[in-house]
Design a protein around this ligand. Sequence first.
Ligand code: ADP
Length: 525
Amino acid sequence: MENQIHQQDAISRSSLALLLDISRELAASLELRTVLARVLLLSTVNVGAERGSLIVLNETGQPVEAAIAIHGQVFHPTVEEMQSILERGLAGWVAQNRQPALIPNTREDERWTRRPDDAAERTGSKSAICVPLFSSGQLTGVLTLVHAQTGFFTTDHLALLQGIADLAGIAVRNAHLYRSMQEAQRRYRELFEDSIDPILITDWQGRILEANRQAQAVTACSLEMLLESSMDQLQSPQTPPLSEYFHALQEGQTVHYETELQRQGISPLPVEVYIRRVMVGESPMLQWILRDISERKQLDTLRDDLSAMIYHDLRSPLANIISSLDILQTLLPPDAAENIQPVFDIAVRAAERLQRLISSLLDINRLEAGQPIINKRPVQPRVLVNEAVDATHTLAESKRQQLSVVLDDDLPVISVDVDMIRRVLINLIENAIKYTPMQGAIEVGSRREGEMIRFWVRDNGPGIPQDALELIFEKFNRLQGERYPKGLGLGLAFCRLAVRAHGGKIWVESTLGEGSHFIFLLPIR
Ligand code: ADP
């Protein structure tokens, strides 16, 4: 009896020494495969097993890495192999039940026979022990040892293996976390390097600490040159100093502005700059992403050129045509008028339409740039409505549509850019004529509504789907389908800009198949 106690003590002491050794060994590496191989070899050798396996699980219980040791040699199975061991093997039972298992005779234990760990040799009886690995209460792996002899493993072996597993659980978890971190870093590195936008990392003084390939390519500077520069050297001198944005950046906001990127030996590049705070290790740094906006800038220039072209090259000759037509009209002999007048009218209306279109195009540009309305003068709403109807009734007649006018008697005078608001009304009426089929009915009207004047154009055309009621006021948005003849999609965008610039609002109410009701309000004062 006494002898037995001494023997137990000896085992415990040697176990303790062994565990100490193992913990030292495990602390020596963070490389997951190295850690696995060490744990496995130390376990098999110290417990006296012939074979063993160790599977590492992630937070969701999926196997991420494994090692198998056979007579001192270590192999790493594939993900599919690990999955199958875990699904069918004893390891699966231990992982599911989160408790150790000791099988003295694998032939007589259904956890083994039902889930043979080693299918090839399942015929021979063996013994096995298997323990779960935990770290902070979370299952991080399963360690299995096998011996060719039945009844080889004892509860002491199991206790020792659990001791090893407890140490290994933390080591395996650390190694796994370390690997995940390295992978995350590698992924970030790849994203950083392969980004199609130039990305730079700087300190809070704007001194460049890192620059990706694209940053080097776009600035035409080598990495060494960039690492000796700061962001104010790379941006146009007019750019506000970085210190202006410190507060916003410290708050975690992304700062962005447009500037020009100064480049080595080539012309500056217009860019949009996005700056935000990022943590590099423990220190807060700044990440700069630069986006090439040269195409947009070119389009802006093109648009300005086009506006100038429309203004000078189209508008003045058109004005000449209209005034020449006026003069010609007065020169016509009275007897010629009957035949020629209708042709004249067509020419005048077409020219005026063109003139309205050009003016609206120019207005869109001006209003979008936020220019205020300067040509305001007082006008009677009824005059606006009547003039708009005069300009469009021939078109309505050509489609045999009924164009009626509803006006309140004592409408107060409003102060607006008369030509612009008249064009808004004409646009709405022309749309109603265009989209309403032959013989349809269109009503144009105006009435007072509190401190506003309400204008409306109502038709009994195809109507507009609910989800498009807002969208059709956006530039270039058009409804598709046979019911909607082709157009540019600029008319309503112009109307909205013009009405809003006058402090008013515009919208449409509609029922599909019944018609549309465009309404806009303008303030009386
Ligand atoms: P355009 O008429 O040149 O296409 P608009 O901006 O004037 O451009 O109109 C945008 C779209 O709104 C039109 O394409 C059409 O689909 C729809 N729309 C405008 N007015 C009406 C209307 N009275 N009835 C039905 N649909 C309309």
